[in-house]
Design a protein around this ligand. Structure first.
Ligand code: NDP
Length: 552
């Protein structure tokens, strides 16, 4: 789009061209729903005996696609293909790998409207969030390619060690591990499959991708962008099926050399333990849940705070790992902020997320829909008040999908478990504190440390950055209190129970996680006046040695 660069920070007023492109793509897709798609193993489509229908959460009568219910045999087949392809791929010059990853990213950009439309139908994201997920994926892949290039393929000369009579060249080389497994969640199915996959591939690993069952279709379309870029057979593989069977078989396969999992804390921790089943330690990158606070000081710009909090609490129906699920407000501005939050939520449009005016779509599935009802009951029983929402939406189109009201809760005691538990739904609790130290204590008193937001004065802002325990932090940001990171600007990753690597995706230290270091020391005799200093040295020493030997 000429002159417009889509990010989550500027998606609120896109050029008209974007709307037109998206509308056309939705109409075209809707006319062709229900096709069957294979898995993709060793360069070929592979079909399982059992299939499953992929229904839209917007309207469960819509069958988006028919997908393969793969099992352990498909998991093992994909890993075998990746293993076979690894030697040649890892020896492919890094420049060629960069070129192919860039080509795949360009393929994504070419199909952005179709992919965005499929995303909105399958995940229930609004149109700009959907297009954002697709563009972010391309940008994550470009970023990893650029990091490779800027670091000369991570082939770097080291210092010379001071040897007598010899010269050494010492070179540090980062080299790929082997077969890399990528398991992704439903909420950012494109970026959280594509970000790790792009990094793994450009680093020289071969990849097996396993998407969430709810978002198997969109990730199949991602696999097509890779396929069409021309990666050799087996370098990229894509399998679908239940996490508990096919997913578990992938994790238990000892031929996997590295893995990236993005998803819930409980599943990630189980995987971490199961994955420790080989005779040595293999790298595992875990990107897990969040319970992200937004702290509002008495000195905050309340209009910016309210705008940023509503966007982050309820974008994608609160199903972002980075969602602002806790709001902690200093007492003097509490009433004024709460009034603004309510007014902004009341203005949100709920409906079909493919439509232009819709901000808010459905939650992902029946189980999330049920959880929403149960959590609200628990909140009500504990004395929590609903500033907004608290119910599912009913009547008309709402009866066909999983629509819930954006729910702000007040008066729930800070001691209640839901101040610490990740609900992953459009439910955000709001609490009042006497001062900022108290706010910080509450903010940090969780198992997680993913994102955090702050609204206040410049001096307080530095205090916030210095004290908050989180990997992605924002101050005074109306574009989103805790959400909306973009590769190259806000590398994304968590501390504590939110992430294992301590290095953020889309940042300077990420692609290196997909490689191990080899130091290559090459020693040659040093030359003095054009002649080998070692030969000279040996000649000098040798006669003495002979004499010494005769004496014996
Ligand atoms: P889940 O943990 O339920 O699932 C994630 C993936 O794991 C899915 O592909 C799932 O497959 C698979 N899986 C489940 N069980 C196993 C198993 N035993 N072995 C192998 N794979 C398995 O997460 P959700 O999809 O519900 O995503 C939401 C969670 O992700 C939230 O907690 C959120 O905070 C977190 N998240 C974290 C992010 C971060 O960057 N830190 C970003 C985005 C989300 P299947 O669907 O078939 O069960």
């Amino acid at each position: 789009m000429a002159g417009f660069k889509l990010t989550y920070g500027n998606m609120f007023n896109p050029p008209e061209e974007m709307h037109k492109g998206f509308d056309k793509a939705v109409a075209k897709l809707k006319a062709n729903l229900g096709r069957e798609y294979g898995m993709f193993i060793d360069g070929k489509d592979v079909f399982a005996d059992t299939k499953f229908e992929d229904h839209s959460p917007v309207n469960t009568d819509w069958v988006l696609a028919v997908m393969q219910k793969g099992d352990a045999s498909h998991a093992n087949m994909a890993i075998e293909a990746a293993r076979k392809a690894f030697p040649a791929w890892s020896r492919t010059p890094w420049q060629k790998r960069v070129q192919l990853v860039r080509k795949a990213a360009a393929n994504i950009e070419k199909r952005i409207f179709e992919l965005g439309a499929a995303m909105a139908l399958e995940v229930g994201k609004n149109r700009m969030e959907s297009l954002g997920d697709v563009q972010e994926t391309a940008d994550l892949m470009y970023w990893s390619a650029t990091m490779m290039e800027e670091n000369n393929g991570f082939i770097k000369p080291m210092g010379k060690d001071p040897l007598t009579g010899y010269d050494s060249t010492n070179t540090s080389v980062l080299r790929p591990y082997g077969v890399w497994l990528v398991v992704s969640p439903f909420n950012f199915p494109f970026a959280l499959t594509g970000g790790p996959t792009g990094a793994a591939l450009v680093a020289g690993n071969t990849v097996v991708m396993k998407p969430a069952t709810d978002t198997a279709w969109i990730v199949r379309l991602y696999a097509e962008c890779l396929r069409d870029a021309g990666f050799p057979p087996g370098v990229v593989n894509f399998v679908t099926g239940p996490g508990s069977t096919l997913g578990q078989a992938l994790v238990e396969n000892k031929d996997v050399d590295g893995m990236t999992f993005t998803g819930s804390f409980d599943v990630g921790m189980k995987m971490y333990r199961d994955y420790a089943n080989r005779n040595y330690i293999r790298p595992i990158i875990l990107e897990l849940g969040g319970k992200n606070p937004a702290i509002v000081s008495r000195n905050a710009n309340l209009e910016d705070a309210a705008t940023g909090i509503v966007r982050s609490a309820f974008g994608l129906q609160g199903q972002k790992c980075s969602a602002a699920s806790r709001v902690i407000v200093e007492e003097p501005v509490y009433d004024a902020l709460v009034a603004k939050l309510k007014a902004k939520v009341d203005a949100l449009v709920i409906g079909d997320p493919t439509e232009r005016g819709t901000y808010w779509g459905p939650v992902i599935n029946q189980s999330s829909y049920n959880d929403f009802k149960n959590f609200n009951e628990e909140i009500s029983d504990a004395g929590g008040q609903f500033l907004t929402g608290g119910h599912v939406k009913t009547g008309g189109m709402f009866d066909k999908g999983y629509f819930c009201e954006p729910t702000f809760v007040t008066d729930l005691p800070f001691s209640h478990r839901l101040w610490q538990y990740e609900m992953f739904l459009p439910i955000t609790t709001i609490g009042k504190v006497g001062n900022l130290d108290e706010a910080m204590k509450i903010a940090n008193n969780v198992n997680y440390g993913l994102t955090a937001g702050f609204y206040g004065s410049a001096k307080e802002t530095q205090w916030f950055f210095d004290n908050i325990e989180a990997g992605v932090t924002y101050a005074n940001r109306p574009q989103g209190a805790t959400t909306g990171a973009w590769p190259g600007f806000q590398p994304f990753g968590g501390w504590k129970g939110s992430g294992s690597s301590g290095k953020n995706g889309g940042g300077y230290y990420y692609v290196q996680l997909y490689m191990h270091e080899q130091i290559q020391t090459n020693v040659k005799p040093a030359k003095v006046n054009g002649k080998s200093a070692v030969k000279k040295l040996v000649k000098k020493i040798a006669p003495k040695k002979k004499v010494a030997a005769k004496r014996k």
